[in-house]
Design a protein around this ligand. Structure first.
Ligand code: OVM
Length: 375
C-alpha cells in the first residue's frame, strides 16, 4: 500500500541531486531542492516538456499545453487568462451550486449506507460539478477520466501502464470540447475565450487553454478527495476534529494533499550548467521532482508521515510552487470545502468495510476502490 515511501526515503538520503541511470535522468527528492527547482524557471524550463521526454530530443507526444509546457513570456499570457477565470471573485458565483450538489450527494450516500468512497464520492462529486462549471457539453463526459488517465501516464515512461491506457487517448475529442461553440454561456470555458479575446489571443489557442482545464482539473481533484477520505478513515482522531468543526474541511484536504501528493512527479529541463546542493547539474539534464517525497521530507516537516489537520501545511509542494503552481487550486479547494464540510456535518460515523485497492498511474497516486459504510 505504501510501497513508494521507502524508495522516497532512499532517494532523499542518497543526496540533494541523484542520477537515475536506468532512465538517464536527474532527480530531486529533498524538500529544499524540489523547492529550488520549482522556484527557478529560467534554469529549470518547462518548455521542453514536464514529463520524462525532452521535446527537443524525443519530439512531441501531443500539441504542447500553452500553460503547463511553456516558459515566460508565453506562459505569462496563458497564466494571466486562467488565473482571472479561476479567481476568488469568479469562484464565489459557483459556491451555492457546489454546496447544493454536495448536500444532494451526501443525502444519497446516507440512504445507501455502504458505497465505494472513490467511485461514488471522490469521482461522483467532481463529475457532477466540474464539467457543468466549465460549461462543457453533456455528450461524452465519460471520456474525460480515461483520457486524463492516459495523459498522466504519458508524463512517465512508455511502460505497460502507459500502453494499457494509451488507446483511451482522445485528443481529437478533447480538443474539440475546448472550442467556443461547444461551451455554454456563463461557464468558465466561455470566460477563458472572452478573456483570451481581450488579450488578442487567437481562438484556437483559447480552446487549448480550455482543453488544459478539462485535462488537468478532474483526475487531480478526484485523487485529492479520495486521499482525504482515506486519511480520515485511517485517523479517527482527525475525523472527530473535523466533525466537531466542519470549517476544518479545507485544512483536512490540504493536509491530505501534502501527505498523499496525488500528483507525485513532474519534470523540468536544465537550460544551463548549475548545481543543486553542490552537486553538478548539466545543461540539458532532465530533472525529475519527487513532490510526494519532498512533502514527507523529515528535514522540513515534523512527524512527516502523520496526518494532522491542525498542521501548518503552508509551503507544501502538492500543488507545485512558483510560476507554475496549480492555477486551479482554489476551484479544487472549493469543491473540497463543499463536499467535506457537508459530509462532516451530516455523517455521524464511518468505517472501512474492506481493504482499499490502489490505482496505478505513472504520475498520479490514488485508490481504485475504498469501500466504506456511513451512518
Ligand atoms: C495541460 C495539463 C494537463 C494535465 C495536467 C496539467 C497538472 C496540465 O494540458 O495544461 O497540470
Amino acid at each position: 500500500m505504501d510501497a513508494p515511501l521507502p524508495g522516497h526515503a532512499a532517494l532523499r538520503d542518497a543526496g540533494p541531486y541523484v542520477w537515475l541511470s536506468r532512465y538517464d535522468i536527474g532527480a530531486v527528492a529533498r524538500y529544499e531542492q524540489v523547492r529550488a527547482v520549482l522556484a527557478d524557471w529560467k534554469t529549470f524550463s518547462s518548455a521542453r516538456g514536464v514529463g520524462m521526454e525532452d521535446f527537443e530530443v524525443h519530439g512531441r507526444f501531443r500539441l504542447p499545453s500553452l500553460i503547463l509546457e511553456a516558459d515566460p513570456p508565453e506562459h505569462s499570457v496563458s497564466r494571466d487568462i486562467l488565473s482571472r477565470v479561476l479567481s476568488p471573485l469568479v469562484l464565489k458565483t459557483l459556491r451555492e451550486r457546489f454546496f447544493e450538489e454536495a448536500d444532494l450527494l451526501v443525502s444519497e450516500l446516507l440512504e445507501r449506507r455502504t458505497f465505494d468512497g472513490i467511485k461514488d464520492l471522490a469521482e461522483a462529486y467532481p463529475l457532477r460539478v466540474f464539467p457543468d462549471a466549465i460549461g462543457m457539453s453533456r455528450d461524452g463526459r465519460e471520456k474525460l477520466l480515461p483520457h486524463a488517465d492516459m495523459l498522466f501516464n504519458s508524463f512517465g515512461p512508455r511502460n505497460a501502464l502507459f500502453q494499457a491506457s494509451a488507446d483511451k487517448a482522445n485528443f481529437a475529442w478533447v480538443d474539440q470540447q475546448g472550442r467556443r461553440e461547444m461551451l455554454q454561456p456563463g461557464g468558465l470555458g466561455m470566460m477563458v475565450h472572452d478573456a483570451a479575446e481581450r488579450k488578442s489571443m487567437p481562438p484556437e489557442k483559447a480552446a487549448m487553454l480550455v482543453r488544459a482545464l478539462l485535462q488537468a482539473g478532474l483526475d487531480t481533484t478526484i485523487n485529492g478527495l479520495g486521499a482525504t477520505l482515506h486519511c480520515l478513515l485511517q485517523a479517527p482522531d482527525q475525523w472527530l476534529l473535523l466533525r466537531q468543526d466542519p470549517s476544518l474541511a479545507r485544512a483536512a484536504f490540504d493536509e491530505a494533499i501534502r501527505l498523499e501528493s496525488p500528483v507525485q512527479t513532474f519534470f523540468r529541463t536544465a537550460t544551463r550548467d548549475t548545481t543543486l546542493g553542490e552537486i553538478a547539474v548539466n545543461s540539458g539534464d532532465k530533472v525529475l521532482m519527487f513532490l510526494g517525497a519532498a512533502n514527507r521530507d523529515p528535514r522540513q516537516w515534523a512527524a512527516p508521515d502523520r496526518y494532522d489537520i491542525m498542521r501548518r501545511t503552508i509551503g507544501h509542494v502538492g500543488f507545485g510552487a512558483g510560476i507554475h503552481a496549480c492555477v486551479g487550486q482554489l476551484l479544487s479547494k472549493l469543491e473540497a470545502e463543499a463536499l467535506l464540510s457537508t459530509f462532516a456535518r451530516r455523517v455521524r460515523s464511518m468505517e472501512m468495510t474492506a481493504s482499499p485497492e490502489r490505482r496505478y498511474n505513472n504520475t498520479l497516486r490514488g485508490l481504485a476502490t475504498l469501500p466504506v459504510a456511513i451512518r
